[in-house]
Write a protein that binds this ligand. Sequence first.
Ligand SMILES: [Zn+2]
Length: 270
Amino acid sequence: MNPPLVDIGLNLAHDSFDHDREAVVAEALAAGVHHMVITGSTLESTRAAIALARGAPGRYRATAGIHPHHAREFHDADLSLLRELLAAPEVGAAGECGLDWYRNFSPHADQERVFRQQLELAIEAGKPVFLHQRDAHDAFMAIVREYRARLAGGVAHCFTGDERELRDCLDLGLSIGITGWICDERRGQHLRELVRLIPADRLMIETDAPYLLPRDLQPKPRGRRNEPKYLPHVLAAVAGCRGESPQAVAEATACNALSFFGFEIPIANH
Ligand SMILES: [Zn+2]
């Protein structure tokens, strides 16, 4: 029997799942994805993530945070609300939070302000952080370094960087989340080598669904929506690149994720 998998990045509150969310989850469970971390990226999606997690606490954890894309809409008056959401027992990490200078949907100053505020809240709550970074590595590292000693932990979700960036993250004791980006023969080739450098106790896997449908998935699903049921595909790619069995990678990544996000499941039973 295959060991159960944990998808640490699933935007299950996304409206593309509104019409068939239950079926999406049922198919994920059937594919062995027994645990999922539902990403909060705005106040609204965080509320929705917590509500979903509340319905099946053994299966789900939520994150509570403001994605850097939405930093401009986040005001200091919203801080107490985010603090409350982060304190919910269903919430396993603060985030997603970080810097995204690729799309630049929010000005850098807003992104840095809201990132710092969330690191402070994470420290206050004693919860780890779910980190997003794109094209902003040096600024991002400078900020994480300031807070790292006080943080309960952190995962660089959807890591897509180069070897220097990976080593910086590992040096700071961060865990690394790998998505189907590694299946992309154009953009993800470098990750196939880098994924071998990640210690087994720091590795986690994720779909980032509905985004980032693995490019080499056959047959291509209609609508090109990514789903948590494709996590075994990411697992197979990661295991293949590391020269390890999918079982071994499944066990290690699940064990890491269950403890990082505080799933209330005795790991020995899995
Ligand atoms: Zn992200």
